[in-house]
Design a binder for this molecule. Structure first.
Ligand SMILES: NC(=O)C1=CN([C@@H]2O[C@H](COP(=O)(O)OP(=O)(O)OC[C@H]3O[C@@H](n4cnc5c(N)ncnc54)[C@H](O)[C@@H]3O)[C@@H](O)[C@H]2O)C=CC1
Ligand SMILES: O=C(O)[C@H]1O[C@H](OP(=O)(O)OP(=O)(O)OC[C@H]2O[C@@H](n3ccc(=O)[nH]c3=O)[C@H](O)[C@@H]2O)[C@H](O)[C@@H](O)[C@@H]1O
Length: 432
Protein backbone atom coordinates (compact mmCIF):
# COMPACT_ATOMS: atom_id res chain seq x y z
CA UNK A 1 0.00 0.00 0.00
CA UNK A 2 1.05 3.61 -0.42
CA UNK A 3 1.44 5.34 2.94
CA UNK A 4 2.40 8.86 3.95
CA UNK A 5 3.37 9.85 7.46
CA UNK A 6 3.24 13.52 8.43
CA UNK A 7 5.66 14.22 11.30
CA UNK A 8 8.77 12.10 11.84
CA UNK A 9 9.26 12.20 15.61
CA UNK A 10 9.36 9.10 17.82
CA UNK A 11 5.92 7.98 16.64
CA UNK A 12 6.03 9.06 12.98
CA UNK A 13 9.47 7.70 12.20
CA UNK A 14 8.81 4.38 13.93
CA UNK A 15 5.40 4.08 12.23
CA UNK A 16 6.84 4.91 8.80
CA UNK A 17 9.80 2.57 9.15
CA UNK A 18 7.78 -0.37 10.51
CA UNK A 19 5.10 0.02 7.83
CA UNK A 20 7.86 0.00 5.17
CA UNK A 21 9.19 -3.19 6.80
CA UNK A 22 5.95 -5.02 5.86
CA UNK A 23 6.33 -4.01 2.20
CA UNK A 24 4.44 -0.72 2.04
CA UNK A 25 5.81 2.24 0.09
CA UNK A 26 6.21 4.95 2.70
CA UNK A 27 6.86 8.64 2.24
CA UNK A 28 7.55 10.59 5.44
CA UNK A 29 6.98 14.34 5.57
CA UNK A 30 8.51 16.69 8.10
CA UNK A 31 8.62 20.46 8.33
CA UNK A 32 12.15 20.35 9.79
CA UNK A 33 14.45 20.67 6.75
CA UNK A 34 17.60 19.73 8.60
CA UNK A 35 15.98 16.57 9.98
CA UNK A 36 14.73 15.57 6.54
CA UNK A 37 18.19 16.11 5.04
CA UNK A 38 19.76 13.91 7.71
CA UNK A 39 17.20 11.16 7.11
CA UNK A 40 17.68 11.40 3.33
CA UNK A 41 21.40 10.88 4.03
CA UNK A 42 20.59 7.69 5.94
CA UNK A 43 20.89 9.10 9.46
CA UNK A 44 18.34 8.20 12.17
CA UNK A 45 17.74 11.53 13.93
CA UNK A 46 16.62 10.03 17.28
CA UNK A 47 18.05 7.39 19.61
CA UNK A 48 15.70 4.41 19.50
CA UNK A 49 17.09 0.87 19.86
CA UNK A 50 16.82 -1.35 16.74
CA UNK A 51 15.37 1.42 14.58
CA UNK A 52 18.64 1.91 12.66
CA UNK A 53 18.67 -1.60 11.16
CA UNK A 54 15.10 -1.39 9.85
CA UNK A 55 15.62 2.20 8.74
CA UNK A 56 18.72 1.37 6.67
CA UNK A 57 17.17 -1.77 5.16
CA UNK A 58 14.01 0.01 4.00
CA UNK A 59 15.82 3.05 2.62
CA UNK A 60 18.06 0.71 0.61
CA UNK A 61 14.98 -1.11 -0.71
CA UNK A 62 13.54 2.30 -1.65
CA UNK A 63 10.40 1.65 0.40
CA UNK A 64 11.14 4.49 2.84
CA UNK A 65 11.58 8.06 1.60
CA UNK A 66 11.54 11.55 3.08
CA UNK A 67 10.41 14.98 1.97
CA UNK A 68 9.59 18.40 3.35
CA UNK A 69 6.74 18.80 0.85
CA UNK A 70 3.29 18.19 2.32
CA UNK A 71 1.86 18.37 -1.20
CA UNK A 72 4.13 15.52 -2.33
CA UNK A 73 3.23 13.56 0.81
CA UNK A 74 -0.48 13.96 0.24
CA UNK A 75 -0.34 12.94 -3.39
CA UNK A 76 1.76 9.80 -2.56
CA UNK A 77 -0.26 8.08 0.16
CA UNK A 78 -3.67 6.42 0.05
CA UNK A 79 -3.48 6.40 3.82
CA UNK A 80 -2.10 9.54 5.48
CA UNK A 81 -0.89 9.21 9.07
CA UNK A 82 -0.74 12.33 11.24
CA UNK A 83 2.02 11.85 13.84
CA UNK A 84 2.23 15.49 14.84
CA UNK A 85 3.02 16.98 18.24
CA UNK A 86 0.15 17.68 20.65
CA UNK A 87 2.08 19.48 23.39
CA UNK A 88 0.68 20.91 26.58
CA UNK A 89 -0.99 24.27 26.09
CA UNK A 90 -0.82 27.00 28.74
CA UNK A 91 -4.09 25.86 30.36
CA UNK A 92 -3.06 22.17 30.45
CA UNK A 93 -5.12 21.17 27.39
CA UNK A 94 -3.59 19.48 24.33
CA UNK A 95 -2.46 22.09 21.80
CA UNK A 96 -4.09 21.05 18.53
CA UNK A 97 -2.52 23.72 16.34
CA UNK A 98 -0.22 21.26 14.49
CA UNK A 99 -2.94 18.68 13.85
CA UNK A 100 -5.62 21.18 12.80
CA UNK A 101 -3.07 23.25 10.86
CA UNK A 102 -2.11 20.26 8.72
CA UNK A 103 -5.80 19.24 8.44
CA UNK A 104 -6.50 22.67 6.94
CA UNK A 105 -3.78 22.12 4.33
CA UNK A 106 -5.02 18.59 3.59
CA UNK A 107 -8.42 19.97 2.63
CA UNK A 108 -6.80 22.25 0.06
CA UNK A 109 -4.33 19.71 -1.35
CA UNK A 110 -6.05 16.32 -1.76
CA UNK A 111 -7.41 15.47 -5.18
CA UNK A 112 -8.62 11.89 -4.64
CA UNK A 113 -10.01 9.70 -1.80
CA UNK A 114 -7.72 9.53 1.25
CA UNK A 115 -7.92 7.95 4.66
CA UNK A 116 -6.56 10.45 7.18
CA UNK A 117 -5.36 8.60 10.28
CA UNK A 118 -4.78 10.47 13.50
CA UNK A 119 -1.96 8.79 15.43
CA UNK A 120 -1.28 11.79 17.64
CA UNK A 121 -2.76 11.69 21.13
CA UNK A 122 -5.78 14.01 20.96
CA UNK A 123 -8.80 14.86 23.13
CA UNK A 124 -12.20 13.31 22.58
CA UNK A 125 -13.93 14.97 19.65
CA UNK A 126 -10.77 15.82 17.70
CA UNK A 127 -11.58 13.41 14.83
CA UNK A 128 -14.78 15.43 14.29
CA UNK A 129 -12.81 18.69 14.33
CA UNK A 130 -10.26 17.26 11.86
CA UNK A 131 -13.16 16.14 9.59
CA UNK A 132 -14.77 19.58 9.74
CA UNK A 133 -11.46 21.35 9.09
CA UNK A 134 -10.63 19.20 6.04
CA UNK A 135 -14.20 19.46 4.75
CA UNK A 136 -14.02 23.27 4.70
CA UNK A 137 -11.79 23.06 1.59
CA UNK A 138 -11.93 19.48 0.29
CA UNK A 139 -13.47 18.80 -3.10
CA UNK A 140 -13.09 15.02 -2.85
CA UNK A 141 -14.26 12.25 -0.52
CA UNK A 142 -12.15 11.35 2.52
CA UNK A 143 -12.39 9.51 5.84
CA UNK A 144 -10.84 10.30 9.21
CA UNK A 145 -9.73 7.48 11.52
CA UNK A 146 -8.53 7.66 15.10
CA UNK A 147 -5.66 5.19 15.62
CA UNK A 148 -3.92 5.98 18.92
CA UNK A 149 -0.38 4.71 19.41
CA UNK A 150 0.72 2.81 22.53
CA UNK A 151 4.46 2.39 21.88
CA UNK A 152 7.00 3.14 24.60
CA UNK A 153 10.20 5.03 23.83
CA UNK A 154 13.15 2.69 24.08
CA UNK A 155 10.96 -0.27 23.01
CA UNK A 156 9.19 1.54 20.19
CA UNK A 157 10.13 -0.82 17.35
CA UNK A 158 9.18 -3.95 19.27
CA UNK A 159 5.96 -2.38 20.53
CA UNK A 160 4.99 -1.35 16.99
CA UNK A 161 5.88 -4.67 15.36
CA UNK A 162 4.20 -6.74 18.10
CA UNK A 163 1.40 -4.61 19.56
CA UNK A 164 -0.78 -6.06 22.36
CA UNK A 165 -3.73 -4.45 20.58
CA UNK A 166 -4.47 -2.01 17.79
CA UNK A 167 -7.27 0.47 18.31
CA UNK A 168 -9.14 1.79 15.29
CA UNK A 169 -11.83 4.39 15.75
CA UNK A 170 -13.95 4.96 12.68
CA UNK A 171 -17.48 4.88 11.36
CA UNK A 172 -16.43 4.22 7.75
CA UNK A 173 -16.49 0.55 6.61
CA UNK A 174 -14.16 1.41 3.73
CA UNK A 175 -11.56 3.02 5.99
CA UNK A 176 -11.81 0.23 8.60
CA UNK A 177 -11.17 -2.43 5.90
CA UNK A 178 -8.07 -0.58 4.66
CA UNK A 179 -6.72 -0.18 8.19
CA UNK A 180 -7.33 -3.86 9.01
CA UNK A 181 -5.45 -4.87 5.86
CA UNK A 182 -2.54 -2.58 6.74
CA UNK A 183 -2.22 -3.89 10.30
CA UNK A 184 -2.88 -7.60 9.64
CA UNK A 185 0.85 -8.51 9.45
CA UNK A 186 1.39 -7.10 12.95
CA UNK A 187 -1.24 -9.22 14.72
CA UNK A 188 -0.52 -12.67 13.32
CA UNK A 189 -0.05 -14.00 16.86
CA UNK A 190 -3.73 -13.33 17.54
CA UNK A 191 -3.65 -10.02 19.34
CA UNK A 192 -6.82 -8.05 18.57
CA UNK A 193 -7.57 -5.15 16.26
CA UNK A 194 -10.26 -3.35 18.25
CA UNK A 195 -12.68 -1.37 16.11
CA UNK A 196 -14.76 1.27 17.86
CA UNK A 197 -16.15 4.75 17.40
CA UNK A 198 -13.70 7.67 17.10
CA UNK A 199 -14.46 9.18 20.52
CA UNK A 200 -13.95 5.90 22.38
CA UNK A 201 -10.65 5.36 20.55
CA UNK A 202 -9.47 8.85 21.48
CA UNK A 203 -10.41 8.36 25.12
CA UNK A 204 -8.85 4.87 25.26
CA UNK A 205 -5.43 6.46 24.75
CA UNK A 206 -5.83 9.02 27.54
CA UNK A 207 -7.41 6.45 29.86
CA UNK A 208 -4.51 4.01 29.33
CA UNK A 209 -1.78 6.60 29.94
CA UNK A 210 -3.59 8.13 32.91
CA UNK A 211 -4.18 4.72 34.46
CA UNK A 212 -0.48 3.82 34.15
CA UNK A 213 0.53 7.20 35.61
CA UNK A 214 -1.93 6.61 38.47
CA UNK A 215 -0.51 3.12 39.10
CA UNK A 216 3.04 4.53 39.40
CA UNK A 217 1.83 7.41 41.56
CA UNK A 218 -0.07 5.08 43.88
CA UNK A 219 3.12 3.10 44.34
CA UNK A 220 5.10 6.28 45.03
CA UNK A 221 2.63 7.17 47.79
CA UNK A 222 2.97 3.65 49.24
CA UNK A 223 6.78 4.09 49.09
CA UNK A 224 6.60 7.39 50.94
CA UNK A 225 4.36 5.80 53.56
CA UNK A 226 6.82 2.87 53.88
CA UNK A 227 9.47 5.39 54.92
CA UNK A 228 7.18 6.75 57.64
CA UNK A 229 6.38 3.35 59.15
CA UNK A 230 9.60 1.44 58.49
CA UNK A 231 8.30 -0.94 55.79
CA UNK A 232 10.25 -1.82 52.63
CA UNK A 233 8.49 -0.92 49.39
CA UNK A 234 10.42 -3.60 47.43
CA UNK A 235 8.77 -6.27 49.57
CA UNK A 236 5.37 -4.57 49.39
CA UNK A 237 5.67 -4.17 45.60
CA UNK A 238 6.32 -7.86 45.05
CA UNK A 239 3.75 -8.86 47.65
CA UNK A 240 1.13 -6.83 45.77
CA UNK A 241 2.25 -7.38 42.20
CA UNK A 242 2.14 -11.17 42.35
CA UNK A 243 -1.66 -10.87 42.55
CA UNK A 244 -2.46 -11.21 38.85
CA UNK A 245 -5.33 -8.74 39.24
CA UNK A 246 -2.72 -6.10 40.12
CA UNK A 247 0.20 -7.28 37.97
CA UNK A 248 3.95 -6.81 38.44
CA UNK A 249 4.53 -4.10 35.85
CA UNK A 250 4.53 -0.33 36.41
CA UNK A 251 4.79 -0.70 40.18
CA UNK A 252 8.35 0.62 40.48
CA UNK A 253 8.51 3.61 42.82
CA UNK A 254 10.99 6.39 42.16
CA UNK A 255 11.33 10.12 41.68
CA UNK A 256 8.13 10.37 39.67
CA UNK A 257 7.06 9.75 36.10
CA UNK A 258 8.28 12.02 33.31
CA UNK A 259 8.51 11.92 29.54
CA UNK A 260 6.77 13.46 26.61
CA UNK A 261 3.42 11.83 27.31
CA UNK A 262 2.31 10.88 30.84
CA UNK A 263 2.71 14.43 32.22
CA UNK A 264 0.91 16.17 29.36
CA UNK A 265 -1.70 13.45 28.85
CA UNK A 266 -2.79 13.34 32.51
CA UNK A 267 -3.08 17.14 32.44
CA UNK A 268 -5.01 17.10 29.16
CA UNK A 269 -7.53 14.51 30.40
CA UNK A 270 -7.94 16.48 33.62
CA UNK A 271 -8.58 19.63 31.55
CA UNK A 272 -11.04 17.79 29.25
CA UNK A 273 -12.90 16.84 32.42
CA UNK A 274 -13.01 20.47 33.55
CA UNK A 275 -14.29 21.58 30.14
CA UNK A 276 -17.10 19.03 30.44
CA UNK A 277 -17.83 20.15 34.03
CA UNK A 278 -16.49 16.82 35.27
CA UNK A 279 -14.05 16.78 38.16
CA UNK A 280 -11.37 14.12 37.70
CA UNK A 281 -10.39 14.07 41.41
CA UNK A 282 -8.07 11.10 41.05
CA UNK A 283 -6.08 12.83 38.30
CA UNK A 284 -5.77 15.98 40.37
CA UNK A 285 -4.10 13.91 43.10
CA UNK A 286 -1.85 12.18 40.57
CA UNK A 287 -0.65 15.55 39.26
CA UNK A 288 0.02 16.92 42.75
CA UNK A 289 1.75 13.81 44.07
CA UNK A 290 3.97 13.45 40.99
CA UNK A 291 5.10 17.09 41.09
CA UNK A 292 6.21 16.57 44.71
CA UNK A 293 7.71 13.15 44.03
CA UNK A 294 10.19 14.50 41.49
CA UNK A 295 11.91 16.31 44.35
CA UNK A 296 11.65 13.44 46.86
CA UNK A 297 15.45 13.14 47.13
CA UNK A 298 16.07 16.81 47.95
CA UNK A 299 15.04 16.74 51.66
CA UNK A 300 17.14 13.58 52.12
CA UNK A 301 20.16 15.32 50.56
CA UNK A 302 19.63 18.49 52.60
CA UNK A 303 19.22 16.55 55.83
CA UNK A 304 22.48 14.62 55.17
CA UNK A 305 24.36 17.91 54.73
CA UNK A 306 22.77 19.54 57.83
CA UNK A 307 20.30 21.57 55.73
CA UNK A 308 23.07 23.45 53.89
CA UNK A 309 24.02 22.34 50.38
CA UNK A 310 25.27 25.74 49.19
CA UNK A 311 28.61 25.22 47.40
CA UNK A 312 28.27 21.43 47.61
CA UNK A 313 29.12 19.69 44.34
CA UNK A 314 26.98 16.75 43.21
CA UNK A 315 27.42 14.02 40.62
CA UNK A 316 24.17 13.15 38.82
CA UNK A 317 23.91 9.82 36.98
CA UNK A 318 21.03 9.67 34.48
CA UNK A 319 19.35 12.60 32.75
CA UNK A 320 16.89 11.01 30.31
CA UNK A 321 13.31 10.62 31.62
CA UNK A 322 13.89 6.85 31.56
CA UNK A 323 16.59 4.46 30.28
CA UNK A 324 17.09 3.58 26.60
CA UNK A 325 16.15 7.01 25.30
CA UNK A 326 17.81 10.38 24.76
CA UNK A 327 14.47 12.11 25.48
CA UNK A 328 14.64 14.60 28.39
CA UNK A 329 11.12 15.99 28.15
CA UNK A 330 9.78 16.41 31.74
CA UNK A 331 12.70 14.32 33.00
CA UNK A 332 12.77 14.22 36.83
CA UNK A 333 16.58 14.71 36.63
CA UNK A 334 16.01 18.25 35.37
CA UNK A 335 13.81 19.09 38.38
CA UNK A 336 16.44 17.65 40.71
CA UNK A 337 19.27 19.60 39.02
CA UNK A 338 17.30 22.87 38.97
CA UNK A 339 16.47 22.52 42.64
CA UNK A 340 20.15 21.85 43.52
CA UNK A 341 21.28 24.86 41.47
CA UNK A 342 18.66 27.08 43.11
CA UNK A 343 20.01 26.09 46.49
CA UNK A 344 23.53 27.15 45.47
CA UNK A 345 24.97 23.69 44.76
CA UNK A 346 26.86 22.71 41.57
CA UNK A 347 26.43 19.61 39.40
CA UNK A 348 28.46 17.36 37.11
CA UNK A 349 26.21 15.06 35.12
CA UNK A 350 26.52 11.90 33.06
CA UNK A 351 24.01 10.10 30.86
CA UNK A 352 24.81 7.52 28.15
CA UNK A 353 22.55 9.15 25.53
CA UNK A 354 20.90 12.36 26.72
CA UNK A 355 23.92 14.64 27.31
CA UNK A 356 23.58 16.58 24.06
CA UNK A 357 19.90 17.32 24.68
CA UNK A 358 20.62 18.50 28.24
CA UNK A 359 23.55 20.60 27.04
CA UNK A 360 21.19 22.33 24.61
CA UNK A 361 18.77 23.07 27.47
CA UNK A 362 21.06 23.86 30.40
CA UNK A 363 24.24 24.99 28.62
CA UNK A 364 27.06 25.73 31.05
CA UNK A 365 24.82 25.83 34.13
CA UNK A 366 26.24 22.37 34.91
CA UNK A 367 29.35 20.36 33.95
CA UNK A 368 29.23 17.31 31.69
CA UNK A 369 31.34 14.21 32.30
CA UNK A 370 32.65 11.79 29.70
CA UNK A 371 31.94 8.69 31.81
CA UNK A 372 29.97 7.70 34.89
CA UNK A 373 33.14 7.55 37.02
CA UNK A 374 34.51 10.81 35.57
CA UNK A 375 31.31 12.51 36.84
CA UNK A 376 32.23 11.61 40.44
CA UNK A 377 35.58 13.41 40.57
CA UNK A 378 35.72 15.86 43.48
CA UNK A 379 31.98 15.68 44.20
CA UNK A 380 30.34 15.56 47.62
CA UNK A 381 27.79 12.85 46.82
CA UNK A 382 26.23 10.82 44.00
CA UNK A 383 22.58 11.25 42.95
CA UNK A 384 20.95 8.70 40.62
CA UNK A 385 17.96 9.86 38.55
CA UNK A 386 17.63 7.29 35.73
CA UNK A 387 18.05 3.50 35.93
CA UNK A 388 20.38 2.91 32.96
CA UNK A 389 21.69 -0.71 33.02
CA UNK A 390 25.33 0.43 33.30
CA UNK A 391 24.58 1.99 36.69
CA UNK A 392 23.23 -1.28 38.12
CA UNK A 393 26.47 -3.06 39.08
CA UNK A 394 29.10 -0.35 39.40
CA UNK A 395 32.57 -0.65 40.92
CA UNK A 396 31.72 0.48 44.46
CA UNK A 397 35.37 1.03 45.44
CA UNK A 398 35.84 3.36 42.50
CA UNK A 399 32.76 5.35 43.57
CA UNK A 400 33.99 5.62 47.16
CA UNK A 401 37.49 6.68 46.07
CA UNK A 402 36.13 9.60 44.06
CA UNK A 403 33.41 10.95 46.39
CA UNK A 404 34.27 13.28 49.28
CA UNK A 405 31.50 11.60 51.34
CA UNK A 406 30.42 7.99 50.85
CA UNK A 407 26.86 9.11 50.09
CA UNK A 408 24.52 7.85 47.37
CA UNK A 409 20.99 9.23 46.87
CA UNK A 410 19.23 6.77 44.60
CA UNK A 411 15.97 7.88 42.99
CA UNK A 412 15.44 4.52 41.27
CA UNK A 413 16.20 1.94 44.01
CA UNK A 414 19.04 0.28 42.10
CA UNK A 415 21.08 -1.21 44.92
CA UNK A 416 20.80 -3.65 47.75
CA UNK A 417 20.68 -1.69 51.01
CA UNK A 418 22.72 -4.24 53.01
CA UNK A 419 25.44 -4.51 50.35
CA UNK A 420 25.88 -0.74 50.25
CA UNK A 421 26.03 -0.56 54.06
CA UNK A 422 28.63 -3.37 54.17
CA UNK A 423 30.71 -1.37 51.68
CA UNK A 424 30.64 1.66 53.96
CA UNK A 425 28.11 3.78 52.06
CA UNK A 426 25.45 6.12 53.43
CA UNK A 427 22.71 5.02 51.05
CA UNK A 428 19.31 6.66 50.62
CA UNK A 429 16.62 5.39 48.26
CA UNK A 430 12.82 5.64 47.87
CA UNK A 431 10.49 3.81 50.28
CA UNK A 432 13.11 1.54 51.87
N1 LIG B 1 6.75 9.76 22.01
C1 LIG B 1 6.01 8.71 22.30
O1 LIG B 1 6.49 7.74 22.86
C2 LIG B 1 4.55 8.67 21.94
C3 LIG B 1 3.89 9.79 21.46
N2 LIG B 1 2.55 9.72 21.16
C4 LIG B 1 1.86 10.89 20.60
O2 LIG B 1 2.24 11.00 19.21
C5 LIG B 1 2.31 12.38 18.83
C6 LIG B 1 3.70 12.69 18.29
O3 LIG B 1 4.62 12.50 19.32
P1 LIG B 1 6.20 12.41 19.06
O4 LIG B 1 6.47 11.52 17.91
O5 LIG B 1 6.81 12.09 20.37
O6 LIG B 1 6.50 13.92 18.65
P2 LIG B 1 7.89 14.60 18.25
O7 LIG B 1 7.85 15.95 18.80
O8 LIG B 1 9.02 13.67 18.56
O9 LIG B 1 7.80 14.68 16.65
C7 LIG B 1 6.90 15.45 15.94
C8 LIG B 1 7.45 15.75 14.56
O10 LIG B 1 6.47 16.47 13.81
C9 LIG B 1 7.15 17.45 13.03
N3 LIG B 1 6.21 18.50 12.61
C10 LIG B 1 5.70 19.54 13.33
N4 LIG B 1 4.86 20.26 12.58
C11 LIG B 1 4.82 19.68 11.36
C12 LIG B 1 4.13 19.96 10.15
N5 LIG B 1 3.29 20.99 10.05
N6 LIG B 1 4.35 19.15 9.10
C13 LIG B 1 5.21 18.12 9.17
N7 LIG B 1 5.88 17.79 10.30
C14 LIG B 1 5.69 18.57 11.37
C15 LIG B 1 8.27 17.93 13.93
O11 LIG B 1 9.30 18.57 13.17
C16 LIG B 1 8.72 16.61 14.56
O12 LIG B 1 9.73 15.98 13.78
C17 LIG B 1 1.92 13.19 20.08
O13 LIG B 1 0.55 13.44 20.04
C18 LIG B 1 2.23 12.23 21.22
O14 LIG B 1 1.44 12.48 22.35
C19 LIG B 1 1.83 8.56 21.28
C20 LIG B 1 2.46 7.42 21.73
C21 LIG B 1 3.86 7.37 22.09
O1 LIG C 1 1.79 7.91 25.00
C1 LIG C 1 2.97 7.73 25.09
O2 LIG C 1 3.84 8.51 24.71
C2 LIG C 1 3.53 6.49 25.73
O3 LIG C 1 3.72 6.80 27.14
C3 LIG C 1 4.31 5.74 27.90
O4 LIG C 1 5.59 5.40 27.38
P1 LIG C 1 6.91 6.22 27.72
O5 LIG C 1 6.55 7.61 28.16
O6 LIG C 1 7.81 6.04 26.56
O7 LIG C 1 7.62 5.51 28.93
P2 LIG C 1 7.19 4.55 30.15
O8 LIG C 1 8.05 3.37 30.10
O9 LIG C 1 5.75 4.34 30.21
O10 LIG C 1 7.66 5.45 31.38
C4 LIG C 1 7.06 6.70 31.66
C5 LIG C 1 7.58 7.25 32.96
O11 LIG C 1 7.12 6.47 34.06
C6 LIG C 1 8.21 6.10 34.89
N1 LIG C 1 7.92 4.77 35.50
C7 LIG C 1 7.54 3.73 34.72
C8 LIG C 1 7.25 2.51 35.29
C9 LIG C 1 7.35 2.33 36.68
O12 LIG C 1 7.09 1.24 37.27
N2 LIG C 1 7.74 3.39 37.43
C10 LIG C 1 8.03 4.62 36.88
O13 LIG C 1 8.37 5.58 37.62
C11 LIG C 1 9.42 6.09 33.99
O14 LIG C 1 10.62 6.28 34.74
C12 LIG C 1 9.12 7.26 33.07
O15 LIG C 1 9.54 8.47 33.66
C13 LIG C 1 3.41 4.50 27.80
O16 LIG C 1 4.03 3.43 28.51
C14 LIG C 1 3.18 4.11 26.34
O17 LIG C 1 2.28 3.02 26.28
C15 LIG C 1 2.58 5.32 25.60
O18 LIG C 1 2.40 5.02 24.23
Amino acid sequence: MKISVIGTGYVGLVTGTCLAETGNEVLCVDIDENKVKRMQNGEVPIYEPHLDVLFERNIKAERLKFTTSLEEGLSHGDIIFLALPTPEDEDGSADLRYVLGVAGEIGKLISDYKVIVDKSTVPVGTADRVKETIAQNAKVDFDVVSNPEFLREGFAVDDFLKPERIVIGSSSEKAIKLMEKLYKPFVRSGNPILVMDEKSAELTKYAANSFLATKITFMNEIANFCEKVGANVDKVRIGMGTDSRIGKRFLFPGIGYGGSCFPKDVKALHKSGKDAEFNFQILESVLNVNAKQKLALIPKIESYFNEDIKDKHFAVWGLAFKPETDDIREAPALDVINSLLQKGATVTAFDPEAMENVQRKLGDKIKYATSMYDALKGTDALIICTEWSIFRTPNLNKIKDELKNPAIFDGRNLYDIEELKENGFDYFSIGR
